[in-house]
Design a protein around this ligand. Sequence first.
Ligand code: B12
Ligand code: SF4
Ligand code: SF4
Length: 373
Amino acid sequence: MPSSLQKIISQQAQEAGFSAAGIAAVPEPGSPEDIQERNRFTRWVEEGNAGEMEYLKRRNEAGDYVRSTLHAAAPWARSVIVCAAAYHSNQPLSIQPAPEESGWIARYAWTARVGKDDGLVPSDYHNVLRKRLEKLDAALKTHLGPFQSRCYVDTGPVVERVYARYAGIGWTGKNTCILNQKLGSWTFLGVILTSLPVPPEQRAAFAADRCGSCTRCLDACPTGALTGPRQMDASRCISYLTIEKRGAIPLELREGIGRQVFGCDICQDVCPWNRKAPIAADPELQPRTELVNPSLDWLAEIGPEDFARLFYGSPVKRTKLQGLRRNIAIAMGNSRLKRFLPKLQEWSREDDPVLAEAAQWAMQKIAGKDSLH
Ligand code: B12
Ligand code: SF4
Ligand code: SF4
């Protein structure tokens, strides 16, 4: 084992295209850390915070939640390499003044890679990071010799932010995001589970918690999803409601969704640690400016062919066209603008009951006393 495992990983990760990286040991089964993380995840799911995200509730034969501990899903893993890729861009924030007829697509979903003719081609961080992790994995095997490994971005049986904290990438902000002192929280995470042991003297130091007495994210969340510092009821989070939730969005949460049509950036936009976050020069994570403050009229006219062209290879495809339309209808209702009534009328007659009901709700909102021109 070389003298500085962290250093080798950090150098190789940089060469593979990451902004920060580290390795964390998997806590021994039954150790205080293992029990704490198991309990934290189990409680979180059992209190109903995962909403309808069934993949988070998967159990193994012993009845443990697969994601609650790596001993449940990957007992061979001794360590987790965590890599972060920065994606901040020189574009407005969702909390800044914007045209009244505009919607908001979360910053993470704007990304594109620079194509052959300098044009931008939609990119999805899952694919971008996975390829880099595979490159890093191969480079580390050249340097360190063979070891067992698995690369994951989101889909692995692992709570990535737990290991990001253990690997010293950042601290857990009160908005539950991993905050790095230099990069802020505009980072994607990817992990490599490995069979490499990490001797105690080579373990990363925890990043100091720099939230202090700040509560901006908790105060700004429009749907009350941040139920306390570092505690989220995901079933109330706009990101969940607009991306993961199928069917009708609960009535009491619709107004809080405001103009967000895909994801939400509010609790990160208000964070002081994001003010100085560097702009990422990453050629695979450049912003598509047509998706910044997009007009709801434009989004509403997107048909199946345009949807495929605009969002093939982009995270936005996850919500599917009908899901996006449901979200647009709600944002139109929240705008109170009468100009959206013709489109909403059209949608209210659609066969899709979820879209038709969302459009009827929006029309009622606009017909309310405080509706605008
Ligand atoms: C499910 C999921 C969601 C759900 C639930 C989010 C949540 N907070 O749980 C929804 C759809 C709402 C969501 C939203 C978003 N997500 Co998401 N999501 C995931 C996913 C797939 C699993 C998360 C999970 O297991 N949640 C369960 C809870 C228990 O885990 P957690 O909140 O991640 O874990 C922390 C808390 O438990 C906390 N904690 C709780 N109590 C306490 C107490 C103390 C004392 C301490 C210290 C810590 C602590 O410690 C954990 C580690 O930090 C991960 C990828 C992965 N495999 O991990 C991405 C991931 C977390 N998401 C990510 C992103 C980018 C987003 C959005 C910004 C997207 C957007 N703009 O709309 C928002 C951010 C919302 C927010 N404030 O978190 C990134 C986060 C990157 C970062 N720098 O933090 C991840 C890591 C994906 C990735 N590969 O990059 N997401
Ligand atoms: S992403 Fe939006 S809805 Fe979710 S916790 Fe943050 S501010 Fe609240
Ligand atoms: S807004 Fe404040 S409390 Fe929330 S994560 Fe940022 S520094 Fe921490």
